[in-house]
Every structure is written in structure tokens, then in C-alpha cells.
Design a protein around this ligand. Structure first.
Ligand code: SAM
Ligand code: SF4
Length: 351
């Protein structure tokens, strides 16, 4: 089958074989058709609406040592902070006041937050009428169950790569099987589950990226975030390059939309760090979600995952207006709702 036929097959059936995915990831000349097809599928299944999640980066402490991440345990130069319960609740309240319907609590894997303390923070945020997503790494099934019981709706845990040996090389001391166990537990506990890949890790092959997409389909995930890998100078992978990662991540994202047509796909901040229009291009190639940072500026600057991370300024309301304008410029509009998986199709059923 030629490339255009493959794109058409994906657009119509939402199925591709591994070798077919590899072929489309390799493709350069017709990549624009892939992006266009993903955009059409996005419009059909999730509409022109863009869902917003307010991101709260509440701790930069991490007990893990992922070789790509600026928050890794051995990075002595990383600025560490941990927000108090009151600080987190104040940020969530401000986000709710300006219109956000979901917040994401994200951090390094920080044992300084005992599960019970976190559960009470979750409960207090839920009382504000917000949907709540957690992105705090690998936990036990019991901890996930506790957070769910206290109201957490969604969980983001990227598998990073399905190449087990590569994962364990760049995430020393961690186990791929345990990460996959976490995703299964989260699904069984009734969370909306988000996963995703880090695209451009040294040693990663197109075959393994294709495997990532099939893995997400097999779970199946409710959300998937694809981020280009951006080398951080204070990490063991600091001398690597990010050349080519943006386009490859965009292709992965477009293929994800074709294979899982109704899921939520964020235009990731890392895309904007590599390309000035990165998130708008992502939104025109399959994405339908943005996760603006609502954390205070001092903390945002210290949550230094990779260089060039986009900061949103100290006025979250001003930034929101700026985003709305940008989105309107490409014919899209913010939909102020929790933005659950399938929400658009349910709302428009029978219309
Ligand atoms: N600690 C939790 C975890 O690892 O799941 C959540 C926070 S972690 C900072 C969120 C994501 O940041 C990771 O899943 C990883 O894909 C991404 N990340 C870390 N370092 C990065 C880098 N150098 N370039 C791009 N993304 C990076
Ligand atoms: Fe910690 Fe997550 Fe960074 Fe790994 S990616 S070092 S777990 S914050």
C-alpha cells in the first residue's frame, strides 16, 4: 500500500499494523497529509472545542533518577520546593475562579507528601467543583484506590517507552513492569487513564514508537500526551540533541488521533519549547487539549524539567485571555467543561 492509501486506511478504520505505523513515522514527503487526516478525525470525534486543564506543579522533589529529567534525585543544582496544602488550594481556587473546570496536580515522586495528606487535598479541591487529575508517578494500588475514593478522576502516567530495556536504562532503578502494572491498576480502579511517550530518547527506534501506539490502544487509554525529549544540561543526557524530535512527536500525535479517534490529546508544552508555534501546530494535527500552568511563577521556574520550558507569567487570567485569542485565530474555541473522554460525542449524540 502506498503512503496515501495507508493514511486513508487509518482515517477510515482506525487500525494499522506495526509495520504500517513505522512506514508513516518514516514518511517525510507526505507528512502534511498525515497531519491533515488527524485534524479531520479530531474534528469529527472531539469537535473544534479545546479543553483546558490548569497545571499545578506542587513539588519539585523526586526520589527517582530518570536520566532525562531535570528533577532527578542526583541533580544537585535543581531548585527544590514543596507547596503547602493551603498554597495548593489557593492556586486551585484561583484557577476555578477564572473558569478552569479541571486541575492537574503534578510533582516529582515525592515521599514528603504522605498519601493521607494528599487525599485531603484532593477532597478539598473536589469540593470546589473541579475535576481532578493526578500526575505523581508510581504508587501502590492501595494508594491509587485511596486517591480515587477521595475523588481523583484521572491519572497521567506516561509509559515513556514500551522498549523495556531502554526504559530501564534511562530510568535506572525503576521497573517497566511496575509502570505497566500502575496503568492497569488505575484503569481497574475507574480512573480516566492518560499515558504517553517521550519521543527522541537516545536508542529509541521507530519500531518501538509504533509499539507504544499499539500499547496505548490495547489499554485503551483515555488520554495520551506525546512529548519531544529536550536534553537538560544538568542530566546525563545533557549532550544529546533535540533535532528532529518535534516533527517525530507531531507524527506520533497525529497517528494516535487516527488510531484512538475520540481520546483527549494534549498539545504538550514541550512542543512549544521546540517550536514557537508548537502547540498551535499540534492542535491542528490531532490535539484537543491544553494544560496551561497555573502555578505561581517562582515555583514554575524551579520546576525545571528541561530548558526553554514555557512560562505563563504571573497573571493566570491574562494568560487565559491570550490563549483564547490565539485559539480563536485558528478557528477553535475553549470549552469550559471538565472535558471527560467522549464528552463531545455524548453531548452531540442524535443532533
Ligand atoms: N514524576 C511523575 C512521572 O514521572 O510520571 C510526573 C512528573 S514528570 C516531570 C512528567 C513528565 O515529564 C514525564 O513523564 C516525562 O515524560 C517528562 N519529561 C521529563 N524530562 C523531560 C525532558 N527532558 N524532555 C521532555 N519531557 C520530559
Ligand atoms: Fe522524577 Fe518524574 Fe522526573 Fe522521573 S520524570 S525524575 S519520576 S519527576
Amino acid at each position: 500500500m502506498n503512503v496515501l492509501d495507508l493514511i486513508q486506511k487509518a482515517q477510515q478504520t482506525h487500525q494499522l499494523e506495526r509495520a504500517e505505523i513505522v512506514c508513516l513515522l518514516k514518511e517525510e514527503e507526505n507528512a502534511a497529509f498525515l497531519f491533515k487526516a488527524a485534524d479531520a478525525v479530531r474534528q469529527k470525534y472531539v469537535g473544534d472545542e479545546v479543553y483546558l486543564r490548569g497545571l499545578i506543579e506542587f513539588s519539585s522533589y523526586c526520589k527517582n533518577n530518570c536520566c532525562y529529567c531535570g528533577l532527578r534525585r542526583d541533580n544537585q543544582q535543581a531548585a527544590r520546593y514543596r507547596l503547602s496544602k493551603q498554597e495548593i488550594l489557593d492556586i486551585a481556587r484561583q484557577a476555578a475562579d477564572i473558569g478552569y473546570k479541571t486541575v492537574v496536580l503534578q510533582s516529582g515522586e515525592d515521599d514528603g507528601f504522605p498519601p493521607q495528606r494528599l487525599a485531603h487535598i484532593i477532597q478539598a479541591i473536589k469540593k470546589m467543583g473541579l475535576a481532578l487529575t493526578l500526575s505523581i508517578g508510581e504508587k501502590t494500588r492501595e494508594e491509587y484506590a485511596l486517591f480515587r475514593q477521595f475523588g481523583a478522576d484521572r491519572y497521567l502516567l506516561r509509559i515513556e517507552t514500551t522498549d523495556k530495556a531502554l526504559y530501564e536504562k534511562w530510568d535506572p532503578g525503576m521497573s517497566w513492569d511496575n509502570r505497566a502494572r500502575c496503568l492497569r491498576d488505575l484503569k481497574e480502579l475507574g480512573y480516566e487513564v492518560g499515558s504517553g511517550s517521550l519521543v527522541g530518547l537516545p536508542g529509541q527506534t521507530l519500531e518501538s514508537l509504533a509499539e507504544d501506539l499499539l500499547f496505548f490502544k490495547s489499554i485503551p487509554v483515555d488520554m495520551a500526551g506525546i512529548g519531544p525529549f529536550i536534553p537538560h544540561p544538568q542530566t546525563p543526557l545533557g549532550a544529546e540533541t533535540s533535532a528532529g524530535h518535534f516533527t517525530l512527536a507531531l507524527k506520533m500525535m497525529a497517528l494516535m488521533r487516527l488510531l484512538l479517534p475520540d481520546i483527549n490529546i494534549p498539545a504538550t508544552t514541550a512542543m512549544e519549547s521546540l517550536h514557537p508555534q508548537g502547540r498551535l501546530l499540534a492542535l491542528q494535527s490531532g490535539a484537543n487539549v491544553l494544560m496551561p500552568n497555573v502555578t505561581d511563577m517562582a515555583s514554575q521556574e524551579r520546576y525545571n524539567l528541561y530548558p526553554g520550558k514555557v512560562h505563563t507569567g504571573s497573571d493566570a487570567s491574562l494568560y487565559l485571555n491570550h490563549l483564547i485569542e490565539k485559539l480563536n485565530g485558528i478557528g477553535r474555541r475553549v470549552h469550559f467543561s471538565p472535558g471527560f473522554h467522549g464528552e463531545y460525542l455524548r453531548r452531540n449524540a442524535g443532533k
